[in-house]
Design a protein around this ligand. Structure first.
Ligand code: OGA
Ligand code: MN
Length: 207
């Protein structure tokens, strides 16, 4: 990806986010990187490295598959070239968001997520009651040739009462304001892989 096409991509994501609170962009990352990340997510899923995601935070966290059925693993720097490249890309987006919108985003946290067929995540907001640092949610999808009839959309509940569905197609990035956009993950007929993350503002200790 050239510097100017990346600049254009970031600018359109940021404009949409500022004007309506969400954005979606196909071919967000180079295709080779997307394929490598998909392979890594699949490998982690097959070797049992992913664990059932919890609901809530800290000691109050519980696995509740009736609310949320994905399996996840957090990204750390230095785990693989592909992950490091992705973290670098997202850090570029973080700096662009700060420059354009003065959001004061300090870091980015992200996990691989795998939804088995039939798994879903009920309607929710991405902000914890006791920690308001998550400001912008970013979901990057890793699924080649996704068809609408396979389900699995990210459904955004927009402020004007309408709904918008994002298909989890490999290379697509969905971006939205964490505290303001209710959303859910619909069940799918096939496995659904993604990298889900949050740009966080600086903040004191959680209450
Ligand atoms: C989440 C979430 C959306 C998606 O993990 O909080 O809403 O499309 N994920 O996977
Ligand atoms: Mn969410």
């Amino acid at each position: 990806m050239t510097e100017s096409s990346q600049h254009h991509c970031f600018a359109s994501l940021i404009d949409d986010l500022a004007s309506r609170g969400w954005s979606q962009r196909a071919l967000f990352a180079p295709e080779l990187l997307t394929r490598e990340l998909a392979a890594e997510c699949r490998r982690r899923a097959q070797t049992g490295e992913l664990s059932a995601a919890g609901v809530g935070r800290g000691s109050a966290q519980q696995v509740q598959e009736g609310i949320r059925g994905d399996r996840i693993q957090w990204l750390e720097p230095g785990q693989s070239d592909a992950c490091d490249q992705y973290l670098q890309l997202m850090d570029g987006l973080r700096r662009a968001l700060n420059q354009a919108l003065y959001l004061g985003l300090e870091d980015y946290e992200s996990h691989f997520a795998c939804y088995a067929p039939g798994a879903y995540y009920q309607r929710h907001l991405d902000r914890f009651r006791d920690d308001d640092r998550r400001s912008v949610s970013a979901v990057f999808y890793l699924n080649e040739d996704w068809q609408a009839e396979q389900g699995g959309a990210l459904r955004l509940y927009l402020a004007d009462g309408r709904e918008h569905d994002v298909l989890p197609q490999a290379g697509t990035l969905a971006l939205f304001l964490s505290a303001e956009m209710p959303h859910e993950v619909l069940p799918a007929t096939r496995e659904r892989l993604s990298l889900t993350g949050w740009f966080r503002r600086r903040g004191g200790d959680p209450i």
